[in-house]
Design a protein around this ligand. Structure first.
Ligand code: HEC
Length: 186
């Protein structure tokens, strides 16, 4: 009997942290940089979304990528110098070097006028533009949506932990009851 008790304790002691860990991993991986189908993104779209608004891109391309002085970026306009404006290389090249006189718009300065943008920043912004277009609809991965998906995963994790704890507790009580019965009988 003493061995069985030890085994049960070991199962609980190991099982609960393992479950916790695996659910955390599921929650984290579900928010990885490429949650949507349609291939690899060149960077982190969530960071790109922040950079897009903090770098002043919005003043010409709109807060929801709807366009303005510059072309609409979602759904992205296909300018005459490219077949696929969602090609990461095209986006990275355009953002890095700027553009002028191609689509009858004004001039886009190199890096949108932000010389401080790094190559990684530009890859993140390109990822944001690609993902927004894949998800159809403006600002598909805005900060609000991101916060909402965090809340969803945390709530799901807590709910499952409660269920698992309840099941374990119930199993444990049944076992305690059976042991008490056995003791009474012998
Ligand atoms: C001063 C206004 C202005 C700013 C600021 C600006 N752009 Fe542009 N952008 C333009 C214009 C104008 C064009 C089109 C140029 C042309 O047609 O030759 C353009 C074109 C683009 C294109 C190509 C769009 C397509 O349909 O092929 C991308 C991508 C782009 N901009 C991204 C950005 C990003 C990212 C930023 C911020 C880092 C930014 N832009 C900042 C004016 C701007």
């Amino acid at each position: 009997m003493a061995t069985r008790r030890w085994v049960l304790r070991a199962v609980i002691a190991l099982g609960v942290p393992v479950l916790l860990l695996s659910w955390t991993l599921v929650a984290v991986s579900a928010q990885g940089p490429s949650p949507s189908p349609g291939g690899k993104l060149p960077g982190d779209p969530a960071k790109g979304a922040q950079l897009f608004s903090s770098s002043g891109c919005t003043s010409c391309h709109g807060a929801s990528l709807e366009g303005g002085v510059g072309p609409r970026l979602n759904p992205i306009v296909t300018l005459p110098d490219t077949k696929n404006p969602l090609d990461p290389n095209y986006l990275i090249d355009t953002i890095t070097n700027g553009k002028s006189g191609v689509g009858g718009y004004g001039t886009m300065p190199a890096k949108g006028g932000n010389s401080s943008l790094t190559d990684q920043d530009i890859r993140d912004i390109a990822a944001f533009i690609i993902q927004s277009n894949q998800q159809k609809g403006p600002q598909a991965l805005g900060p609000v949506e991101l916060a909402r998906s965090n809340v969803f995963w945390i709530a799901t994790t807590i709910f499952l932990l409660v269920v698992v704890t309840w099941l374990l507790a119930r199993y444990n009580m049944r076992w305690v009851a059976r042991r008490a019965r056995n003791r009474g009988g012998s």
